[in-house]
Every structure is written in C-alpha cells, then in structure tokens.
Design a protein around this ligand. Structure first.
Ligand code: ZN
Length: 418
C-alpha cells in the first residue's frame, strides 16, 4: 500500500462486507433490483451516506444520490458511483465496491477537512444488471434522458410495469426529465475487472480506454424435417448443419479479429435452438443468437457484413434457407474521457501503483454517463477473474488502492496540490 494513504482501508472493507450481508440467505449473494432486499440495502446505504455528511435524495430515475456541496456553486459536480444491485447468486463486489468506494471518498474528504470547489455526488445507479423488466442500466439511462416510454411500459412476471416499479424505488416516471443532468464535469466508476488480465499480470489497476459496444444478432436457418433413419444423407436439408458451420466460423473470425491489434473483439454463440429437437428427427429449423462485443465500431460493422455473407454461404452449402438475420440489439462503444484517463494514470503513478490501459468487455453505467459527461473507469483485480458468482473476490488492499487512485484524481481535477 501507499505511504500517504488518505483512505481508511478497514472501514471501506467493513462496509463492502456489511452491504454484501444484505442478501437472500438461500442464494448468496443476491440483491436483485426492485426487490424488498434491494430497498433494504438502499436504506442501509442512505444512512451510511448521511453518516458521511452527505445530503441524500432519490432522483426521478430512481438513483440514490448523496451530495456534498462544493465551495464554488458554478463549478459543477464530480460524480463517483456504481450499482448496488446484483445478478442472481452474484458476488459482493460487482457494483458494490464502486458505490462504497464513493462513500469512503466522501468520508475521507470530511475526515481530512478537504473542501472541494466542485460538488461531489456519490451515486448508486438503479438496476445496472439486466432487471426483471429485461432492461439494464435503468438509472444511468434516466440520467442521460434515454429511459423511454417503451422501457417504462415493460412488465415483469407479476405484470407490474416498470414505471410503477420505479415509483416503488422512490423515482418519479412523470418527471423523468428532472433526472437528466448537464452539470456533471466528471464521472468516475471503480469496478472489479471481471476478467483475468490484472491479476495475471500482477497489476494494481486498469484504466479503461472504452466500454465495448454490444451487438446481438439472431440467425435462423430453415430446412425440411424428416425421418433420421430413412432419409438418405444426400437428400437431407438439415438447417443445423448450416448453423454448426456458422458457429465455427464465428469463433475463428472473432479470434482473427482479436489478433489484429485494432481493439478488443469477442464473439459468442450463446443460444442454439433446434426444432423439433428430437433425437430421431432431422431438424426443421435452427436458430442461433450471437453476442459480439468490440470497442472498435469499424470492426463490428465488418464482422456483421462478413456474417451476412458467410451465413448465406453456409445455408447454400447445406441446401437450406437462411430465413432471418436480425440485429436484436446494437449499442455503440463508449469512449472514456482522455483527460480523466490521464488524471487516473498520473494518480496511479504518484501513488506507486502499476497500471495498464484496457478496454472493458462488459457493459457499465459509465457507458451511458459518457453521453452526458466526461466519464472514466478504473478496474481493480479480482480473484481468478471471476464475477457473477458467490466466489467473486477482491482483496481489501486492491479495493483500497483503486479507491485511493480515484480520490487522488478527484483532488487533481479540483486543482488541489498533491
Ligand atoms: Zn457491475
């Protein structure tokens, strides 16, 4: 650890553990957005924010905001935040580490009697993980004005629409425009890497260059169902053969793209649906869904073009029809702000911490925040690169080091002598 640490490592750690303890006991660690447990976690957080001297409110998009006024009312706000919701049977760090890091920074500023010119806001963004309404990043979408009436009409399994659920969370769907911000001069998020790079290379922190855009594409092939025993091999129209060829091509192509040195690129075929899916029947249809992610939009467009050509050729070779090729969803990559990245880099260096620049292969609230403010992310190593599992783990030193870097960067941004 560093010599001149401003933050209280043990207090930071104790609060991460305490928030993690608010979980469904049968399925640790689960605190799903919009649930009673989520509200219990929020209540705990809000009290912690208040104890840190922050004034608290829930904005119209359901984000919990803890605010500390700056000396200069015209200087704008510096935001540090992440999310307190988890995936089912998730971990105690994904999201929570970033929220508690913000809380700890607010406490450190108070403890060391440091007044900032900027106002500081610690934000727990609502429902970053895919929610029961099928939409993720609800709160950060709201702050950027991208929570649409279509989103608000989405319903969960209990037939509750998102707008009603938002009211339960303390938000106000009728005044969503109030949640949109134009006064944020910098938004920071600390997050576990959720991958193996930092740990594998014994690096202290990662500075995120950009957050990948995610494109999901559905390809459907149609052939002719038939008897698996009596239809000769030469007379078959088996759509799964085309899908299988395409799945292999997707893997090979993604690997080749990743090797090009033009930025992060990965692609996964995560859904394969075969009908009628019976052992003695030649399939009638085969549907696959591809999840492709890149920080380079050009690479993504090239992949989509080639996928179009290759899926046509795969259909032809198997003597079946390609009846659908649809982009189910498509988000742009989000660049992190170069100036804020520079500040984080300088801070890490000044604190004697090793760092590397890297893309984020996972989506984050900062992807939305970057649409309304300069945004940046710092990654800390997590054990085995594992996340979205109860075994998810980051060391107390790793969380403390990352938090120290963000605090240092905030002080630099505010013009303090370091
Ligand atoms: Zn997260």
């Amino acid at each position: 650890m560093t010599h001149n640490a401003l933050i209280d490592r043990d207090r930071l750690w104790a609060d991460i553990m305490a928030l993690g303890a608010i979980t469904d006991p049968a399925r640790p660690y689960t605190r799903r957005s919009f649930s009673a447990l989520f509200l219990e976690g929020r209540e705990w957080l809000e009290q912690r924010f208040r104890d840190a001297g922050l004034s608290t409110h829930i904005d119209a998009a359901g984000n919990l905001v803890g605010r500390r006024e700056g000396l200069d009312p015209n200087a704008g706000s510096i935001v540090i935040g992440s999310h307190s919701d988890s995936v089912p049977s998730g971990g105690r760090f994904d999201g929570m580490a970033g929220v508690i890091a913000g809380l700890e920074i607010a406490r450190d500023l108070r403890d060391h009697r440091i007044e900032l010119n900027h106002s500081l806001e610690v934000i727990d963004f609502l429902a970053e993980e895919p929610s029961e309404f099928g939409v993720s990043c609800v709160g950060s979408r709201g702050i950027t004005g991208m929570l649409s009436p279509v989103h608000l009409a989405l319903r969960n399994k209990r037939d509750e629409p998102l707008d009603m659920a938002l009211i339960r969370m303390g938000g106000d769907p009728a005044r969503l425009e109030d949640a949109v911000r134009n006064d944020i001069v910098a938004a920071f998020e600390l997050h576990i890497e959720q991958g193996p790079v930092l740990e594998g290379n014994e690096l202290d922190v990662g500075i995120v260059t950009s957050i990948v855009g995610i494109t999901r594409i559905e390809v459907t092939f149609q052939g002719t169902a038939g008897h698996a025993g009596t239809t000769p091999m030469t007379l078959r129209r088996d759509p799964l053969i085309a899908a299988a060829r395409l799945i292999g091509w997707i893997r090979d192509t993604a690997e080749a793209f990743a090797m090009r040195g033009q930025g992060h690129f990965v692609a996964t075929t995560g859904i394969v649906e075969v009908l009628p899916n019976a052992s003695n029947v030649i399939p009638k249809t085969a549907r696959i869904v591809i999840d492709a992610r890149s920080e380079n939009r050009g690479l993504m467009e090239e992949f989509c073009r080639k996928l179009d050509t290759e899926s046509g050729e795969a259909a032809e070779a198997a003597n079946v029809d390609r009846v659908g090729l649809n982009r189910l969803s498509d988000s742009m990559p989000a660049g992190c702000d170069p100036a804020l990245r520079g500040l984080l880099h300088d801070s890490a260096e000044a604190l004697g911490l090793s760092c590397v620049e890297m893309a984020s292969g996972a989506g984050h609230d900062m992807a939305f925040m970057s649409l309304v403010a300069p945004a940046a992310m710092i990654f800390i190593p997590c054990k085995g690169g594992r996340s979205h599992t109860p075994e998810e783990w980051a060391s107390a030193d790793a969380v403390a080091a990352g938090t120290e870097v963000v605090l240092n960067a905030i002080l630099r941004l505010d013009g303090k002598q370091i």
